[in-house]
Design a protein around this ligand. Structure first.
Ligand code: UDX
Ligand code: UDX
Length: 469
């Protein structure tokens, strides 16, 4: 079959894979190729066991793979053959040199741009899918400028707003699709190519076009605002625990104000995931770079509050369990950074588990999808940690359970059965506020939610305990 257009995506990760699968499924007359420097990733995309777990993804892959969706290791050839190239390689926080710990590490990005330049025999549209600092497109244009002869590159920004766990729905029914371009004849022509792809399934009014810099910045700001809401409600959860207010009640009352809205007001152990922390730090670094230290400090505080929330959770466990965890068995329910994904990047569970181990607790980790990644995250630790997918087996013989991921399965467990199998007094630390606290208390657990009064069977007042910090 002759295809109308050939599209390429460089970077077969959590974003590149699902996004290209959706485009292939909605545009059967387009040939979509996905490449990656990691051959194992590509092999996995070509196998039965996809490299990312995402509800609904396997169905779309089955429908398109081998028909108009192809995963390949041959990056050079793919660049030569395709005229529309999405770039979705990761941009982690720099760990070295100037800006270490804050600035984005753009080496993969630049390497990819150079690879595109070297292997192009015709003009191409290059689309930034990754989240990037404002003005990256300008750097990209400079790298691509030495192109030979009539070859021209047009750089567009088309940031991805999908969230893991709901990626397929987010791609199919996006709140908006954002396309940033240059306001030149060629820029607008390239933009139209991209509009043509999305308008196959996205209503016209949801496809918004802006200048490149607004588009790049909007992605960072969207994530910063979302993370800020989580940090805001988490800051209030600390106050609730001191004042006997209930953070869920406060969140509901506040969120019902239509100007505020109800989403992203769920208090917990803090946000994780590959984007929020990195993007806020990038935003803050950008502000510093442009001589706006107050603005940088404002956004950095969102990350600080997130760290504080995780520390608070650990301190709560420690003080409630008589200030010692040494030799105590603690079962961790959930290691993924949120429900419905096996991804553990920046998961609060990593920090919390390490802290528990540092207190010499014996930790059993349970998770329906993330155990493989958990093992990698803790690969330097050989002792005192076990992995068990079955939550009942994992909790048996433990002193405490800490719920760290909001998986649905943890809401409906038989907590009576679990309580019976545990060492008494049994503790339940609900880091996601997902179980029925009153019911678990009745069963016999000492229950410690986030941002709500603790329910303990001990005579000493919890207030004394929590004020001991
Ligand atoms: C992407 C974006 O890159 C990130 O900036 C954005 O904030 C979220 O979406 P994600 O898809 O989650 O990140 O990252 P990851 O799963 O790590 O995928 C990136 C892929 O690019 C990896 O498979 C990696 O092997 C590949 N890669 C990296 C290349 O193909 N070439 C490189 O030079 C570097
Ligand atoms: C995020 C953005 O939502 C998405 O638009 C962007 O493109 C990539 O980054 P993702 O990282 O997949 O997506 O997860 P998200 O659903 O935003 O959750 C991030 C973290 O916040 C999770 O750890 C989650 O548990 C936490 N969270 C979220 C809360 O603690 N409370 C809430 O109310 C909502």
């Amino acid at each position: 079959m002759k295809f109308k257009k050939n599209i390429l995506c460089i970077g077969a990760g959590y974003v590149g894979g699902p996004t290209m699968a959706m485009i292939a499924s909605k545009c059967p007359d387009y040939r979509v190729t996905v490449v990656d420097i990691n051959p194992e990733r590509i092999n996995a995309w070509n196998s039965h066991e996809l490299p990312v777990y995402e509800p609904g993804l396997d169905k779309i892959i089955k429908k398109t793979r081998g028909k108009n969706l192809f995963f390949s290791n041959n990056i050079e050839k793919a660049i030569t053959e395709n005229d529309i190239i999405f770039v979705s390689v990761h941009t982690p926080t720099k760990t070295f040199g100037e800006g270490a710990g804050k600035a984005p590490d753009l080496q993969y990005w630049e390497k990819t741009a150079r690879q595109i330049l070297e292997n192009s025999k015709s003009s191409k549209i290059v689309i930034e899918k990754s989240t990037l600092p404002v003005k990256t497109a300008a750097a990209m244009e400079k790298i691509l400028a030495p192109a030979k002869g009539k070859i021209k590159f047009e750089v567009l920004s088309n940031p991805e707003f999908l969230a893991e766990g709901t990626a397929i729905n987010d791609l199919e029914n996006p709140d908006r699709v954002l396309i940033g371009s240059r306001d030149t004849k060629n820029g607008l022509k390239a933009r139209q190519e991209l509009v043509n792809i999305y308008s196959r399934w996205v209503p016209k009014e949801k496809i918004i076009t802006t200048n490149i810099w607004s588009s790049e910045l909007s992605k960072l700001v969207s994530n910063a605002f979302l993370a800020q809401r989580v940090s805001s409600i988490n800051s209030i959860s600390a106050l609730c625990e001191k004042t006997e207010a209930d953070v869920s009640e406060v969140a509901k009352a506040v969120g019902m104000d239509s100007r505020i809205g109800s989403k992203f007001l769920q208090a917990g152990i803090g946000f994780g995931g590959s984007c929020f922390k990195k993007d806020i730090l990038h935003l803050a670094y950008l502000c510093e770079y442009y001589g706006l230290p107050e603005v940088a400090a404002y956004w950095e505080s969102v990350v600080k509050m997130n760290e504080y929330q995780q520390q608070r959770f650990i301190m709560n466990i420690l003080s409630s369990m008589f200030n010692t965890l040494a030799g105590k068995k603690i079962c961790v329910f959930g290691f993924a950074f949120k429900a419905n994904t096996g991804d553990t990047r920046e998961s609060p569970a990593i920090y919390i588990t390490r802290k528990l181990l540092a207190e010499q607790a014996l930790v059993t980790i349970s998770d329906p999808k993330a155990l493989k990644n958990a093992l990698l995250d803790l690969s330097d630790i050989e002792e005192n940690v076990k992995y068990e997918e079955d939550p009942y087996k994992a909790a048996a013989g433990c002193h405490a359970i800490a719920i760290l991921t909001d998986w649905n399965i943890y809401k409906n467990l038989d907590f009576r059965k679990i309580y019976k199998s545990m060492i008494k007094p049994a503790f339940l630390f609900d880091g996601r506020n997902i179980v029925d606290h009153a019911k678990c208390f009745k069963i016999g657990f000492n229950v410690y939610p986030i941002g709500k009064p603790a329910m303990s069977h001990f005579k000493t007042s919890e207030k004394d305990n929590s004020n001991s910090r």
